[in-house]
Write a protein that binds this ligand. Structure first.
Ligand code: FEO
Length: 175
């Protein structure tokens, strides 16, 4: 059993993960429109991942006898200034999610809620990995620069990262 305060904080996290899923879906659609198919595939996968992060919390809340609430989701933007700006926005959003997970950890400690503390460990690792991934993408984009073929190279690089992530997920599933 979790406290009402913890239940409400976890429901807020559901909202944040749901928004991330919708934001990334919107980004995937924009990438498709811009002919950046590799980036679109990457963002679609990220969007699906965020939905899984959200569902994990629903299941956890039920498991500890609480009530997971389906949130209203704010309208995400549909247009993005550039691929660089779009990934900067992803990185910023991931940092926001990390902060929120850390606040949940703080609350678990405050409430001596070791069950939730244990549940959140997975998210701590996931956020570390997500932030590192986004930083590596931003570094790559910077390295490629803004030459005439830069969008083509960026898209190819993101496609490669996407394939590597998919393989890693499959290996994880089989383990
Ligand atoms: Fe579930 Fe990427 O935050």
């Amino acid at each position: 059993m979790i406290s009402k305060t913890m239940e409400s904080a976890l429901n807020k996290q559901i909202e944040l993960e749901a928004y991330a899923s919708f934001l990334y879906l919107s980004m995937a659609s924009w990438c498709d429109k811009e002919g950046l198919n590799g980036c679109a595939a990457f963002m679609h996968r990220q969007s699906d991942e965020e939905r899984q992060h959200m569902l994990k919390i629903y299941h956890y809340i039920s498991e500890v006898n609480g009530h997971g609430l389906t949130p209203a989701i704010a309208q995400p933007p549909h247009e993005f200034e550039s691929i660089n700006k779009m990934f900067e926005q992803v990185y910023l959003h991931e940092q926001k999610v990390t902060k929120s997970i850390h606040s949940l950890v703080e609350l678990s400690n405050k409430e001596d809620d070791y069950t939730t503390l244990n549940f959140l460990q997975w998210y701590i690792t996931e956020q570390r990995e997500e932030e590192a991934l986004m930083r590596s993408i931003l570094d790559k984009i910077k390295l490629i620069g803004t030459g005439p073929m830069s969008l083509y190279y960026i898209d190819n690089e993101i496609q490669k990262i996407n394939k590597a992530e998919m393989t890693a997920e499959e290996v994880e599933k089989e383990a």
